[in-house]
Design a protein around this ligand. Structure first.
Ligand code: SAM
Length: 285
């Protein structure tokens, strides 16, 4: 017996929507594409599927309704022009982070050295390497489990013909990190952990699948920010650019921390596409 794609997608969408999944239809299509090994657009011209494929789809939908992120079920997360391999142990890149790269664009020139602090899957570093003709991209990450995914994505992108990046295991709080590049870096980008510990019980179920060290940063969520700002100030050349993603409630605190360090010529808060103050930028004085 063959089942119809249309009916299976409708059933999967209804089950996901009933469980509170926001983009239920899109996620149903992503899961079915994964099962069939076909693109989402290909689904439109596929009429039937086998009972085995249907059973596999239903299995994935039932895992999704328990809160497993769709990216862990398909093993892939889109980010700008890339599709990154992700799974347990690495932070799933979020669409809002894509904007951080746009803010840095005027500095992403052929002589630029770019450092991504807390690189996770490599979303920022690998997108910069793919899209801009920069001289060097260095991705710093502390977590061994995240480094596994970062190295895998870096190897995949290099094999696909992108500019290679350098993966550096290291701690943002290490004052000696990249000391040989002090005053020579053009761009530092960071999406560090920034969620206050006290929010732990209020977050969507999916966030529990991100590693805690990628999400939480002390009581107020600002624990790592002084280290990010201090390291960026040491690494950047005069005129170099720092871009940080942060919680929307942290904009004033970031401006205060940046101004207090006395290293920056200009400091600015930047909104995301919905107008929330989610980024802070600074140019090294
Ligand atoms: C919010 S995730 C961002 C990952 C990636 N940049 C992205 O935007 O998808 C933060 C990352 O910082 C890493 N991290 C946390 N503390 C760190 C530290 N002290 N030194 C280096 N990396 C750290 C985490 O392991 C995690 O991969």
């Amino acid at each position: 017996m063959r089942l119809t794609v249309r009916a299976e997608l409708a059933a999967a969408t209804a089950e996901l929507a009933a469980a509170g999944v926001d983009s239920a239809r899109v996620e149903a299509e992503l899961l079915l594409s994964h099962v069939l090994g076909a693109s989402r657009s290909r689904l439109l011209i596929t009429e039937t599927l086998s009972p085995q494929a249907s059973a596999r789809l239903r299995q994935l939908v039932s895992r999704r309704v328990t809160g497993v992120p769709v990216q862990h079920l398909t093993g892939a997360a889109p980010f700008r022009r890339l599709e990154l391999a992700v799974g347990p142990g690495v932070f799933i890149p979020r669409p809002e982070t894509e904007l951080l790269i746009e803010l840095a664009e005027p500095w992403l020139t052929p002589d630029a050295t770019v450092v991504d602090l807390g690189a996770g899957s490599g979303a920022i570093a690998l997108s910069v390497a793919r899209e801009f003709p920069v001289a060097r991209v260095i991705a710093v990450e502390r977590s061994e489990r995240a480094l596994h995914w970062l190295r895998r994505n870096a190897a995949d992108r290099q094999a696909a013909g992108d500019r290679p990046i350098e993966v550096l295991p290291g701690d943002i709080a290490d004052a000696g990190l990249l000391a040989e590049l002090a005053g020579e870096v053009s761009v530092v980008l960071a999406n560090p952990p920034y969620v206050p510990e006290s929010y732990r019980d209020q977050l969507p179920a999916e966030v529990a699948h991100d590693p805690a060290e990628a999400v939480f940063a002390g009581e107020d969520g600002l624990a790592l920010m002084p280290a990010v700002i201090g390291l960026a100030a040491r690494l950047l050349r005069p005129g170099g650019f720092l871009g940080i993603e942060h919680d929307q409630t942290h904009a004033e605190a970031l401006t205060r921390l940046l101004n207090a360090s006395g290293c920056w010529a200009t400091v600015a808060g930047r909104p995301d596409l919905t107008g929330r103050p989610r980024f802070s930028t600074a140019v090294r004085g």
